[in-house]
Design a protein around this ligand. Structure first.
Ligand SMILES: [Zn+2]
Length: 182
């Protein structure tokens, strides 16, 4: 029995070690950006129990997910429990990532449809960086998990390097409306 070929796309946000500037590594790029076939997408946050000393989350995944589904058809449903069976599901986890990589999003797609997404957030970055920068990385990788690519400029968290931008911008929203209005 043949299984459909699943294309894996990996986006990595790379923070330059010493310059304050940064660069990006994109493993591969899709000609047509894949999107989830249905608009309800669960975000299973396995980092939910990781807290700073003041009780705030190490990774503000919930806030980032809630912001992403504003003003567009995407319904990101945050959960600290595994996604329901059969649901479209983004799994978010923390790991020690190699080198200067601070986050990654690996999506699986069949044709133009996303079928899986895993976001990995760097443990050292989470321990050493401000809430704003942690939110920037969470926002960035959750954007990739919806099929979005990098943006130029710093009005969006989808810039290919770490900034203090916590949120998507109107262009991202417009892109999501186009991708998810069928
Ligand atoms: Zn990226």
């Amino acid at each position: 029995m043949l299984k459909p070929f699943v294309t894996l796309i990996s986006f990595l946000a790379v923070l330059a070690a010493s310059l304050g500037l940064a660069s990006t590594t994109t493993a591969s790029a899709a000609v047509t950006a894949p999107s989830w076939p249905k608009t309800v997408v669960y975000v299973y946050d396995t980092t939910a129990g990781l807290k700073k000393a003041d009780g705030t989350p190490v990774w503000p995944v919930k806030a980032a997910a809630e912001r992403w589904d504003n003003d567009n058809p995407v319904d990101y449903r945050y959960t600290a429990k595994p996604c329901p069976a059969g649901a479209q599901c983004v799994v978010v986890k923390q790991q020690e990532l190699a080198g200067n990589t601070v986050g990654s999003a690996v999506t699986g797609s069949i044709g133009t449809e996303l079928v899986s997404a895993t976001v990995t957030l760097d443990k050292t970055f989470g321990a050493r960086n401000s809430a704003t920068r942690r939110r920037n990385v969470a926002c960035h990788e959750l954007g990739h998990a919806l099929g979005l690519a990098h943006r130029s400029g710093e009005t969006s968290c989808m810039t290919s390097y770490v900034t203090n931008q916590r949120n998507p911008d109107k262009t991202d929203v417009t892109t999501l409306v186009r991708m998810y209005t069928r």
